[in-house]
Write a protein that binds this ligand. Structure first.
Ligand code: PMP
Length: 425
């Protein structure tokens, strides 16, 4: 290549870059107000870092798939395609298949929602899209959505994209505090705000691991009903209680006031991207029409796969095994924290789910600690990600779900000097 060729090439490159910059500038003006509110999730950022070799990731809340019989999944997928080829590979109905919606009712009955009708279920692309549909159907810009403090970062991103005001309500060790909820609703109403939804993760909250106590559950729904606020109950971890029966979901005794979201991601596989919403009858039509408007229909192939797999597989036995795996991992984390972390740190003791929530003394910001932790070979999610304000936070989320007990121990051991240095600074 001659120097002249290189010069021509460089000119072409510069020309392309200039054209792209000019197009970017023009198109910038086309973004909706909503698009300006769409943020990169801090969890996804850390997720990209956490897959670097050698790092122990206590960041992502990944389910453990180690005991899933992948051969049986593959065999079932092959059979489903052989037997239902045209159906499996075609569009289906917007609500999801009748067979999967019936299976979903069976699953919900296991956790205390007895007698739900498959006619009230919409199959969604994970629980994430059920939240999006709810926001789309109910929220105008400027409306208020109440959430727990802290709450799931993915839900915050969804609500913020709909330009709602997200208000976080305090929790204590027994979950959302009903008096706080009442007080904040009264204040917001006095300011003339319209409150549409309470988004709650009552069992094993992501990120805190805290569970809303049984004796508070009805009170929370009653308060919302009194103020005409719909409850959006997100319960992907409910079946993963380490001991004893799952706590009865809010939806069980309040079929007209609660939209219930469930998911196959934590009990089977996040890759099939299947979840559901159980919707009050009088809201169902708009809800499923909105779902249809986004995806036309959920994946026919994965719906058939999941329906058939759950028919041939002892999923109740598998879930019992999963609960034991997570209980062991949680115990390993709690023990390592007690052993390695300084006395100034406090943490939650979850009864199920994937997460432990650590609180450091006031004034410490856990965000900069993440970079020190990465240097030490471990990742976590800083607490600021889980509040609508993004204000500096002295909390951090540790996930025990996707890592073997000895790695959990090693991760906490690596993190401890970073925490100790911050506490002693
Ligand atoms: N809700 C909560 C509380 C979650 O923790 C998650 C996933 N981490 C989701 C919803 C999204 O799950 P899905 O894969 O079903 O979309």
């Amino acid at each position: 290549m001659t120097s002249q060729d290189i010069a021509v090439d460089l000119t072409a490159e510069t020309q392309t870059a200039l054209e792209r910059a000019e197009a970017k500038h023009r198109h910038e003006a086309l973004y909706s107000d909503r698009a300006h509110n769409i943020k990169q999730s801090a969890v996804r950022d850390v997720f990209d870092i956490s897959i670097r070799p050698g790092l122990v990731s206590l960041a992502g809340g990944s389910p453990s798939l180690a005991k899933l019989p992948v051969d049986l999944v593959a065999e079932t997928a092959k059979r489903v395609i052989a037997e239902h080829g045209m159906t499996a590979l075609h569009y289906g109905g917007g609500k999801g298949t009748e067979e999967l919606r019936e299976l979903i009712c069976e699953i919900m009955a296991e956790e205390g929602i007895v007698g739900a009708s498959s006619e009230d279920v919409v199959v969604t692309t994970g629980s994430q899209s059920a939240q999006d549909i709810a926001a789309k159907v109910f929220c105008n810009p400027g409306d208020v959505v109440l959430v727990e403090d802290p709450t799931y970062v993915g839900a915050l991103n969804t609500f913020e994209a709909y330009q709602v005001e997200v208000e976080a309500i305090g929790m204590d060790a027994a979950g959302l505090v009903p008096e706080e909820l009442e007080r904040r609703i009264a204040e917001l109403e006095a300011e003339g705000k319209t409150i549409k939804l309470l988004y709650t993760i009552p069992s094993f909250n992501n990120p805190s691991g805290i569970t809303l106590a049984a004796e508070r559950r009805q009170r929370v729904v009653d308060i919302c009903r009194e103020h005409n606020i719909l409850v959006l109950e997100d319960n992907p971890y409910g079946m993963l209680r380490f001991d004893g029966h799952p706590l009865t979901p809010l939806r069980a005794n309040n079929p007209d006031d609660v939209i219930y979201c469930g998911s196959f991601s934590k009990i089977f596989s996040p890759g099939v991207r299947l979840g559901w919403a159980l919707v009050p009858k009088h809201l169902y039509r708009r809800f499923y029409l909105a779902a249809e408007a986004v995806v036309l229909c959920p994946s026919s192939l994965t719906q058939l796969l999941v329906t058939e797999f759950f028919r041939v597989f002892d999923w109740r036995g598998y879930l019992a095994g999963s609960r034991a795996v997570y209980a062991e991992r949680c115990a390993a984390m709690l023990q390592a924290l007690a052993e390695y972390f300084p006395a100034e740190a406090e943490w939650t003791t979850p009864d199920g789910g994937f997460f432990v929530w650590v609180t450091l003394p006031e004034g410490i910001d856990t965000y900069p600690l993440l970079y020190q932790a990465i240097d030490a070979g471990v990742v976590f999610i800083p607490g600021a990600a889980f509040t609508p304000s993004d204000a500096p936070s002295n909390k951090l989320r540790l996930a025990f779900s996707g890592v073997a007990p000895e790695q959990i121990r090693e991760g906490v051991r690596r993190l401890a000097p970073v925490i100790r240095a911050a506490v002693e600074a």
